[in-house]
Design a protein around this ligand. Structure first.
Ligand code: TXA
Ligand code: MG
Length: 326
């Protein structure tokens, strides 16, 4: 039984299949059903999920065991597939034409009506997107018929996997299927270039170098990680989503004009998960914060969330949202 089996179910061993038409079709089917599939890219193995499915994306964070929600890269099989997801300007078209398919990720503004899960972009108005330079990766994405969110296919804190066995050792049965395409060619993650800002900004160095990008763009890149004046923590490079309204944590009731974001059985404005399911709560978190933020409230009160499993990442983001603004 593959379909319908909840991702909270931990199986002892990963299923590994060699690359052929059957395994590619199976991978596509599983991804369309919200399951996690690991596949090779030219850089490292990715842990893929349907990028338009909040629950599937929540399952990625649960499988990785990360204590926070970092925005994920959305993978496409063709540059034309970007238009519905992100706003592609002339600069983006230039570097795509030169470096795609390949180890270059572009951060671009979210398109109006973009179907990409807000959890995939950790609530941000931008989306990181790339077209991998590996036939198997593109075949899996095409078989799924969806954009695929995929971080490196390892547990949080472990080294990035460049072989199917590494994925199996790190994730075991947390992934429904591993498509074994042998060793990855590049071995380090893609370059991340932010084109959502006026000045193109190198967020993560990788296989495509700053010099190559500067030659094509005809202007120098901002490189925050090399600038001694820039914030030291890499976590500060990607700005975090925070609602415009003040956020109050561990609330059991809403004050006058406050919205109450609930968890578990309770009366509230919106409920992250009436049944108290942390994966459902993670899937709803950013979308619900935005919905409340758009309404006429004075603040957002949030019910207590247990500090276990995905609750750790949910609470991390809620504490950031509630922290005093500078
Ligand atoms: O080579 C790769 O890029 C691999 C393969 C699987 O494609 N993927 C990968 O994903 O390395 P991950 O999740 O480990 O790294 C994603 C990087 C992080 O540094 C994250 O902060 C950044 O991309 N990122 C994603 N979305 C972003 C956004 N909207 N704004 C800024 N940075 C973003
Ligand atoms: Mg990684």
């Amino acid at each position: 039984m593959f379909y319908g089996a909840g991702m909270s179910q931990i199986l002892p061993h990963a299923r590994i299949e060699p690359v052929n038409d059957t395994s590619i079709a199976l991978a596509g089917d599983m991804l369309r059903h919200g399951q996690l599939v690991a596949f090779p890219t030219e850089t490292v193995y990715g842990l893929g999920a349907d990028a338009t499915d909040d629950r599937a994306v929540a399952a990625i964070y649960a499988a990785k065991g990360r204590p926070s929600f970092n925005p994920l890269i959305v993978h496409v099989a063709d540059p034309d597939d970007c238009a519905a997801l992100v706003r592609v300007d002339d600069r983006a078209r230039l570097v795509m034409a030169r470096f795609w398919p390949g180890p270059l990720t572009l951060v671009l503004p979210r398109a109006a009506g973009s179907p990409v899960s807000l959890l995939a972009s950790a609530g941000l108005d931008t989306i990181a997107i790339r077209m991998p330079g590996h036939d198997v990766a593109r075949a899996v994405i095409r078989a799924a018929g969806r954009p695929i969110a995929a971080p490196s296919a390892n547990r949080s804190g472990a080294v990035s996997p460049t072989r199917a066995e590494h994925v199996a050792e790190s994730l075991g049965g947390r992934v429904a299927l591993i498509v074994d395409g042998g060793a990855c060619r590049v071995g380090v993650e893609s370059t991340v270039l932010d084109l959502s800002t006026e000045r193109p900004t190198l967020l993560r160095p990788g296989g495509v170098t700053a010099e190559q990008l500067e030659a094509v763009l005809g202007q120098p890149l901002a490189c925050p990680h090399q600038d001694p004046e820039a914030p030291k923590s890499p976590g500060m490079l990607a700005s975090h989503y925070a609602p415009g309204l003040p956020v109050r944590l561990d609330a059991t009731h809403a004050a006058a004009d406050e919205a109450l974001l609930g968890f578990g059985a309770m009366d509230c404005t919106l409920n992250l998960s009436p049944s108290g399911d942390l994966e459902e709560a993670a899937a709803n978190l950013f979308a619900f914060l935005r919905r409340l933020d758009e309404r006429d409230y004075r603040g957002i009160a949030v019910a207590p969330i247990p500090e276990t499993g995905l609750g750790v990442a949910i609470n991390d983001r809620l504490r950031r949202a509630a922290a005093p603004r500078s």
